[in-house]
Design a protein around this ligand. Sequence first.
Ligand SMILES: *[C@@H]1O[C@H](CO)[C@@H](O)[C@H](O)[C@H]1NC(C)=O
Ligand SMILES: *[C@@H]1O[C@H](CO)[C@@H](O)[C@H](O)[C@H]1NC(C)=O
Ligand SMILES: *[C@@H]1O[C@H](CO)[C@@H](O)[C@H](O)[C@H]1NC(C)=O
Ligand SMILES: *[C@@H]1O[C@H](CO)[C@@H](O)[C@H](O)[C@H]1NC(C)=O
Ligand SMILES: *[C@@H]1O[C@H](CO)[C@@H](O)[C@H](O)[C@H]1NC(C)=O
Ligand SMILES: *[C@@H]1O[C@H](CO)[C@@H](O)[C@H](O)[C@H]1NC(C)=O
Ligand SMILES: *[C@@H]1O[C@H](CO)[C@@H](O)[C@H](O)[C@H]1NC(C)=O
Ligand SMILES: *[C@@H]1O[C@H](CO)[C@@H](O)[C@H](O)[C@H]1NC(C)=O
Length: 466
Amino acid sequence: MMNCILICLLCGLYGVLAKDKEHKGKYSVPILDVKTQQLVVNTNQTLLLSCRGRWELIWAFPSGLARDQVRVEESRCGKRGQQHCSRLTVSRSQAQHTGPFRCRYRHRPRKQNSVYVYVTDSQQPFVEHPGMSPDVLYLREKEPLVIPCRVTHPNVTTTLVKFPNHSLSPDQRNIIWNSKQGFTIRTPTFYYIGLFFCQTITDGVTYMSQKYFVHRPVSNIMEVYLNSSGPVQDLKGKRLVLNCTATGELNTRVNITWDYPGKINNSGFTSKRLLKHRTHMLFYSILTIPKLQRSDRGLYTCRVTSGEKTKQQKVTVTVYDRPFIHLKPRHGSVMEAQAGQKSYRISPKLRAFPAPEVIWFKDGMVAAEQCSRYHMDGNSLVIRDVAEEDAGKYTVLVRIQEHGLYQNLTLTLAVNVSPQIGEKAVSLQDPGSVPRGSRQALHCTSHGVPPPHIQWLWHPCPSKGL
Ligand SMILES: *[C@@H]1O[C@H](CO)[C@@H](O)[C@H](O)[C@H]1NC(C)=O
Ligand SMILES: *[C@@H]1O[C@H](CO)[C@@H](O)[C@H](O)[C@H]1NC(C)=O
Ligand SMILES: *[C@@H]1O[C@H](CO)[C@@H](O)[C@H](O)[C@H]1NC(C)=O
Ligand SMILES: *[C@@H]1O[C@H](CO)[C@@H](O)[C@H](O)[C@H]1NC(C)=O
Ligand SMILES: *[C@@H]1O[C@H](CO)[C@@H](O)[C@H](O)[C@H]1NC(C)=O
Ligand SMILES: *[C@@H]1O[C@H](CO)[C@@H](O)[C@H](O)[C@H]1NC(C)=O
Ligand SMILES: *[C@@H]1O[C@H](CO)[C@@H](O)[C@H](O)[C@H]1NC(C)=O
Ligand SMILES: *[C@@H]1O[C@H](CO)[C@@H](O)[C@H](O)[C@H]1NC(C)=O
């Protein structure tokens, strides 16, 4: 009785453990029916692979194999059909089907198992993809270079050839051969820039792989600019478009990224363009914010990176809720100038958006039409060679017609004129001698603004004959 209980307990325990093992360990990755890591099949032979697992399965196979050349059958299997089985069939294997076949769980991409299949073809030792020659490879500093001349049989030996005929054999130090990958150059020098191919000799016949053009991408950004040198202002609800242009040396590749306040909300989208010139490359990235919000104001940065080089440009964007005009005098509404002054500038304080139209009037008439000495400089009115007649009322009219906004401001200009004595202009006549006791009138005519104050001074004549 006791024994039975013990045994039963053990059995039960074992059952639990076994079940647990099946849940945790077995089929934590799908299982392939082939137990080897590689498989060699002949051309035209049928390739059959089976996979089994706990969840739904999918296959990944070499890119040389088109989807319609593969048949996949799925079924439930296992004791109570609680497992998933998948059978892959390639009825006529070809050399270009050589590569890794992977079975994985659909919803657990990293839980996978694979087998590398060689489809041998004595006529075609290299795995080729028609229409891919020459393939362009990039040589990057401090990165291994892989010349992907994979082969259709694990035992094929090859040499790497630099065009036209310089051979390199694997040395297991810097030049590594792997039938599944091709040649790896661990630390490539500039020698590896150029045209390469792989070569093998079977039964006295020389076979060449496709050609690979090894190219060193340069990363030289010459200039980055935004199509707005100054700050950008716009109205709420408007569309904002910023154009970032980068120029680089030929063969440069760049990444252009934007940083802006609305980025976290995806309030904008970008589009890009590339133009190749004879001497340089042009890259464009255009950022569009379809409807500006208040929260979109701030700093916009266009960052261009190429390899380890970075250049950037920034612009500030201001968003106004509505159009406006702020107009007021800079220092009171009465101004003073001096006749004869080289120039005088009338410039009220003006802030407005969008850019307004500004017209100046002098005593009710358009200023520029009234006198050739008046001209506008920005929003200011400048008077050249200030004269007395320039005194008067100046009105600036500011308007944004499309939004029906108008404002005006009238300023008074006083022109001071230094006093002049009219008699000084005519040659002084010697009054001569006048009889003692007679009545004499002396005249002084003067002009000035403000009216001058006249004061007479007398001083005795120097005594004669002294
Ligand atoms: C594969 O089959 C095709 C068509 O039947 C035939 O032309 C070809 O020679 C076969 N290839 C090999 C290597 O047997
Ligand atoms: C490759 O060569 C090794 C010996 O060098 C041999 O044992 C092996 O069977 C060969 N593999 C194939 C698939 O022919
Ligand atoms: C490579 O080609 C050049 C000319 O095409 C020839 O002179 C040279 O002997 C060749 N070298 C080898 C190793 O075949
Ligand atoms: C803006 O980008 C376009 C490309 O879409 C380009 O043709 C144009 O010259 C750029 N304008 C400026 C001012 O950078
Ligand atoms: C920048 O360029 C784009 C596209 O060429 C244009 O739509 C936009 O108005 C320009 N922006 C500025 C601020 O000039
Ligand atoms: C992001 O969106 C939220 C909700 O629409 C808004 O309150 C916030 O201001 C936005 N922030 C930016 C930086 O656009
Ligand atoms: C651009 O960015 C991608 C991903 O961030 C990176 O893989 C690529 O190397 C970058 N290209 C250049 C030219 O910097
Ligand atoms: C200036 O504004 C006033 C009202 O503020 C208006 O009556 C007057 O007509 C305006 N003058 C001009 C020249 O528009």
